[in-house]
Design a protein around this ligand. Structure first.
Ligand SMILES: Nc1ncnc2c1ncn2[C@@H]1O[C@H](COP(=O)(O)OP(=O)(O)OP(=O)(O)O)[C@@H](O)[C@H]1O
Ligand SMILES: [Mg+2]
Length: 258
């Protein structure tokens, strides 16, 4: 029996929107900065800067290097980031390294390092429409071993449906691609969709597919409107105390959990 009794908390968040709409910025700010240990799938090579003080940075360019670094990093410290400059299409191989197909007695890497995050740029390539079972498993079973999965995509329509469905929160930034707009319109409450369709540049809508709660955030992350399925109408910020006061920290930043 394991000496550790608790599984570290974890969350699953997807940020979507067109290029420069602010999705990586928000996902880093709300999710990545809170993770002491992370593997970042970074095909564009944009994550080697901004590493928090006291966090050891590793950069790898191949799957073999990633495998070796995952063994080495926990021996060298408890705060580390592995930036993997590899294509996002290596999703299944990375999934196999982090999570076995059968999780028995928490026998997964993320549990042994006491929780970690996998941060993915280009989720539509990592987990496309017909993503294999091992890739989907990161979202299905990550919670049981303390694995958070945080991902961005310019094309939510091209992401595996089971992956988008299992995310606890969506961060929706400005997007105009018709297939993505149609897809969002099918899923979002009407009021939230109206906000998405008229989003100012680098504002965002946070949406929980499970609870259907949503928040409209301005560029400074202040909640401007929000909606809750238990309420008949969406609310303007002036009418929603104390929830809006809580939301910028509680919903996006600390909880964005499942
Ligand atoms: N809310 C914000 N406040 C201040 N700066 C922001 C904000 N959102 C985005 N930015 C800045 O705008 C630029 C583009 O943002 P970001 O990198 O998040 O775009 P992106 O949606 O991830 O684009 P891509 O799909 O090309 O990766 C960055 O320099 C970022 O720092
Ligand atoms: Mg980005």
């Amino acid at each position: 029996m394991s000496a550790r009794l608790t599984v570290p908390e974890s969350s699953r968040v997807i940020a979507m929107g067109s290029t420069e709409s602010g999705k990586s910025y928000l996902l880093k700010k709300f999710c990545l900065t809170r993770c002491p240990r992370a593997v970042i799938v970074d095909p564009m090579g944009e994550h080697s800067a901004d590493v928090p003080a006291g966090t050891k940075l590793y950069r790898v360019r191949t799957l073999d290097e990633l495998r070796r670094t995952l063994q080495r990093a926990p021996r060298e410290g408890s705060r580390w980031r592995v930036v993997a400059l590899i294509p996002a299409s290596f999703g299944p191989e990375i999934a196999k390294m982090l999570l076995p197909e059968v999780v028995e007695d928490h026998n997964a890497y993320s549990y042994h390092v006491r929780g970690m995050a996998l941060y993915i740029e280009e989720l539509d390539k990592f987990a496309p429409t017909f993503a294999p079972e091992e890739t989907q498993g990161l979202w299905r079973r990550g919670r049981h071993v303390g694995l958070s999965v945080h991902a961005t995509t310019q094309r939510p329509h091209g992401v595996s449906r089971s992956v988008t469905a299992m995310a606890g929160w969506w961060i929706i930034c400005q997007t105009h691609e018709p297939a993505d707009v149609d897809y969002l319109a099918k899923v979002l409450p009407n009021e939230a969709m109206a906000c998405v369709e008229s989003l100012p540049w680098q504002w965002a809508v946070l949406f929980s597919p499970r609870t259907r709660v949503w928040y409209l955030l301005n560029r400074e992350h202040k909640v401007m409107r929000w909606g809750d399925p238990s309420h008949a109408h969406a609310h303007a910020s002036a009418h929603v105390t104390p929830a809006p006061a809580r939301a910028p920290n509680a919903a996006p930043a600390s909880a964005l959990g499942d």
